[in-house]
Design a protein around this ligand. Sequence first.
Ligand code: FES
Length: 270
Amino acid sequence: MEFNSTILSNVEMSPNYWRIRLTAPAAFAAATPGQFVMVRVGGSIDPLLRRPFAVYDVGSTTKADGTTTVHFEMLYKVVGKGTTLLSRLHGGDSVDILGPLGQGFVFGDDDEEKLLVGGGIGLAPLYLLARELVKRNSPVRLFAGGRSRNDLLCLDEFERLGVDCHTATEDGSHGATGFVTVALNQHLDALAGKKATLYACGPDPMLRAVAKIAADRALPCQVSLEAAMACGVGACLGCVTPGKNHSAHTPDYRCVCAEGPVFESSELKW
Ligand code: FES
């Protein structure tokens, strides 16, 4: 659905990382973990400028008179024109939203351990997933990585859900020094072959590494991809990524916005 949304707050939470809270129609409460929205951030400056953002959280408030309002949140990193414009908006401003869109995460067997792996802004779609998995009584662990502690977002909120958080930073400013996949591998070694499902979102090299770990250990793994998107609804094919059978002679492409952004890692060409 397309709707006009009012910004409730828009704050910088750590250098270059922002958190925005917006109003939504009641039907938005059905958004599922891993889905995203397209935000028209340009307004009258550049009305064609739409950007995809993962849904971080969805909630509702009921007033004394019984009326309920739905709101949702997104985390974003200021990296270019669209996100710079978004960061200049204030509470009370309005933006045009299309969503929730795309295919989100699949929850799997509730008893199995769920290992969430997020890098930087890739932590954004994992919070709603963690909340849903905790509600289902699944054991959930988060492996959060980044260049420095500034890239580790909202860890306290994951912890408040009861999620065990492991962190790694390249500069050693928080948690283990190095890549988060080292801690993931150590934990999988300790599980000694017990089944677990991996869920990952973050930069390409991290996703590639997590997909390889999953393949080597024959574990199910879902990855949420980031892609440049123009339409967000499967119409322009500007967001395609190679599928597992892709070759120069046999094109096999997956449409990230409509078939994803979440895919089984074994379905993609890495
Ligand atoms: Fe247009 Fe995906 S962004 S098809």
